[in-house]
Each structure stands twice: as C-alpha cells, then as structure tokens.
Design a protein. Sequence first.
Length: 300
Amino acid sequence: MLERSILQGVYDLHIHTGPSVAKRLLDAGDMMKCAMEAGYAGFLVKDHYVPSAHGCLMVERHLGDGSCRALSSIALNNSVGGLNLMALDAAYNMGTRMVYLPTVSSRFHIEGHKGKKFLGSGGMTTIDLEQPIYLLDGDGKLIPQCVEVLKYVAEKGDLALSTGHISWQESDVLIPAALELGVKNIVVNHPHFDINAPLEAVARWGKMGAWIEKTACEFGQIVFGDDSRFNSITLWQDYLDAGVPLEQIFVSTDFGQSISPHPVEGMFQYLSLLHDKLGFDEATLSMLSKTNPAKIMSLA
C-alpha cells in the first residue's frame, strides 16, 4: 500500500480553482493550504477565461510559507484576445510560466461541444460569440499569429507551451515546428481526454521530446469509482505498448470542478492506482509527479 508521504514534493500542473466563472470545488487559497499540508512543492492554476497570475501571486505571498509554489497560466482564448502577444507578455511579466494554446476557443473544442453545455463556462451568456480559432491555414501550415506565439515562447526559455484543446492534427504540425523554433518545453494537454489522438501520434510526439500529460480526470475509476466510464487505467499500458516514452509522461489531476474529487485526494488516488494496478514503484511515481513537472516549469 502506498503511503501518503508520496505526495511530498508533488507538482500538480493542472488544477481548476476559483475564483472562476464556473463553480469550483475550492479556490486557490484553499488549495494552497491543502497543498502545504500534504507537502506539495507546487500547483498550477488553469482558467479558460482569465489569466491566473493575480490570484496566484497573492495566495503565494499571503497564505504560503515558501514551501509550495502557486504557479499561474494563461489560455489564449477569445476572452484574452486569442493569440494575443500583448496579453501573453503581460502574463509572463507577472510570473506566468505556462501558456495554453486555445482551449474553449479552439475550433475542435467548439465543434465537439455543439448542443452541449460546457461546465467550465459557468453562467456566461456570450458563448455563442466564440470565434473558432484554428491554427492551420489552407495549406496545412501554422498561421502567422501562432508562429509569433511560438517565437515568443522560444525566446523566453522558461515559458512552457501547452497544446490546449486543439485537434491532434494541429498538434502534429505544431509540435515539430515549435521544436524547430527552439521551444524548450511543450506539453501535450490530455491527448486522450476529448482530444482522442492516435496512440502512434502520441508516441511520435513523446519521442520528439514533447511532454505527454496524463490526467486523473481521464479515468473513471478515480472520478466515479467506475472503470467503465471515461478511460480505463489500462490505457496506460496501451501508451507504453505503443512506444510512448515513460520518461516523457507526467501526471496531473485536472480537478477542481464542483463534481470532481479534491485535487490532493485525487492525486493520491491516482498514484495509488498506478502503484497497485500497474506496479509502478515509488521512483517512477516520483518521476511522473515531481521530477518531470519540475523540468516542465524550469524548476529543476
């Protein structure tokens, strides 16, 4: 049985805390208190509509004791002007070190949620005004605005790039282009939660050097206690069998929704499941939840 001490030093790079337009299970202050109690080294707040720097800076300063980082991010959706370098530059200069390409504003996300309510949008009434953002032009090449974002990320060096909710076809063009431009850390955002990327594509990206995110939110056993809903934990073995390099994978929770488990408890359940069902030892779990996330955030 895994001991809770495994949580000491964890970085969870994908948590949806409040304040937010959507109802969240906890706010960033609550998360800081729980994370410090568990011994976390840090957590990253993701919001689809507003940059998270303001809240993270205040939480870290006024509630933190220096042992745990509250890391911030920005998602380049329509609410911040889309692929907006000025918004990205402002966020970076406030300490943001993760930039998501479009999530709720990506064409893939919008098409996938037609006729359905996206819980993350809360009570917003302007969803119909979303202008779908697609990163490829008619020739299948990256649009100039995207290239400028990649150049900015590459120039900074300590800024990580996440693929957000773009289609796997866009990622297939984006990832090699970003690497060629010098982007140091590229995160493939939960490729089998909504995105449904082919395993061979995920393996290809991992072998190129991209970081592959596997969230607790993808697995029904953790969210619902039912392995038949969402993905089965056996998806991990499918990844390894397809040649996705284990050393390029990291784990996060993607929790904080009002219907999800508490992020800290969810992380412990996740690591315990990997230990008990797949036989991952503590060294492997530490690589997935501590070492690799620290590298992504340029903290290692």
